[in-house]
Design a protein around this ligand. Sequence first.
Ligand code: NAG
Ligand code: NAG
Ligand code: NAG
Ligand code: NAG
Ligand code: ZN
Length: 480
Amino acid sequence: MALYPFLCLVFCLTVSAEFVWKHHNNEELPLVLEEVHQKCPNISRIYALTEPSVCNVPLYVIEFSDTPGFHQPYKPEVKYVGNIHGNEVLGRELLLGLAHYLCDQYLKNDRRIRALIHSTRIHLLPSMNPDGWQLSTDTGGRDYLIGRYNNHSVDLNRNFPDLDAITFEFERQGINHNNHLLKDVTRLAAPLEPETRAVMRWIMSVPFVLSAAMHGGDLVANYPYDESKTGAPDSDYSASPDDDTFRDLATAYASAHADMASATRRGCRTTGADDSGSYNFGKQGGVTNGAAWYSLKGGMQDFNYLATNAFEITLELGCEKYPHAKDLSKEWERNREALLAYLWKAHIGVKGIVSDDSGFIQNAIISVVNITGPVPRPIRHDVTTGAYGDYYRLLTPGHYEVTASHPGYFPVSRVVTVPENQTSAHVLNFRLEPTTSWFDDEIGFGVYPHASRDAQPRIYKRSLYERVASTMLEDKDHKH
Ligand SMILES: *[C@@H]1O[C@H](CO)[C@@H](O)[C@H](O)[C@H]1NC(C)=O
Ligand SMILES: *[C@@H]1O[C@H](CO)[C@@H](O)[C@H](O)[C@H]1NC(C)=O
Ligand SMILES: *[C@@H]1O[C@H](CO)[C@@H](O)[C@H](O)[C@H]1NC(C)=O
Ligand SMILES: *[C@@H]1O[C@H](CO)[C@@H](O)[C@H](O)[C@H]1NC(C)=O
Ligand SMILES: [Zn+2]
């Protein structure tokens, strides 16, 4: 992730502090971010992803945190990604507006925004597809498809490795290997585009726990899985192990939006008074399972969930893909509370640190059984600990048995109650005991040589994220 240190030398004299609602072009976009950073240098940082777009436009991110540039244990990381389809542009402008808003409210001592920024690391990528945006804009921004794709005519939201196929196969075979599945990919359906590769490297290298990707063309919060389990093209609900949690996350956005969840609003494709036969998501709370709407392979949402610890949903922000500039500030008002409510969702469930006598344990596995109802139900999607031994397990209110495990240690389980309306995840730390030291302490097992204990890799220095990013990503795409 290259830093962008020299922008200021060129542009600092020309920046103005007032945010204007309009369609910002690819030259103006980094200037807007730079304005925000100038106003809020202590809580923001601008960086570009590792690779630019096909037409060489950098993919800029602005980060908000009280420790910009650094992950801190107990502090969840969240991202918003806008404009993945180049002609779906509202998310791009909302994220620029959100960047200004977070900074301005922080400076005005807005207590809620200060608490959010002090407890959360927030990354905003306003445009994942600047080339598509350019084409769409140059052709008037009215077409349903022109500008959707990147400059290689590839749909970026179909270009991610299809991990759904892998997890469905494991499910069918009863194999309980349910996370970080990128290393199980044996071939890619298509070469990775530069924008896809840049975003993959990003999501594999930052320990995100929550995310949303922004689209347009309908008004609904869509949650995993996007791919059906039977191959049906539509109307085939495809539940993930975290179905309850995903529904809760999507509902958090929809119900805080002005009318996404309104049962009385009209559906986007309604022609007359009668909207039977077309989807009206307002009548179902403003949320939908992806495959229950229509099935797609290679989407970014499911990739996040199946390749990393991040839970991602997809936001369709309105019927109009390219709204008129004069409507943008109204759209901001309609989305503002939802954008903030969703960021707070990074704080639901439990979080903590897994360690042993000598330090943090990276890549420990956190598994959860839902013991709220009469029958315990395992949630077959584990999360793993990161560089500081820290984990974040998003959960809805209820009672859970949480287990931390790692090869070479005895697993430890604890029971926890997740309350409603959390603004901070319940802290649950684990101290694991190496199996070898247990043998050392037992009379009769004293013959176990200390050498074998010392040979135990106690702390894995390289994270799963880095390992996968540096090996799988590199050679897989070169084979095609
Ligand atoms: C940034 O932090 C420094 C040192 O703590 C402080 O003096 C300065 O006022 C802060 N600037 C802003 C814009 O908050
Ligand atoms: C790629 O970009 C060039 C230069 O902007 C443009 O002329 C061309 O139409 C674009 N092609 C596609 C397929 O988007
Ligand atoms: C656990 O079970 C309860 C009761 O069935 C349910 O309300 C809750 O959403 C479940 N939690 C998760 C994370 O699935
Ligand atoms: C949680 O918030 C909702 C909505 O604000 C409220 O109706 C509910 O009573 C709250 N629950 C608790 C336990 O505070
Ligand atoms: Zn889209």
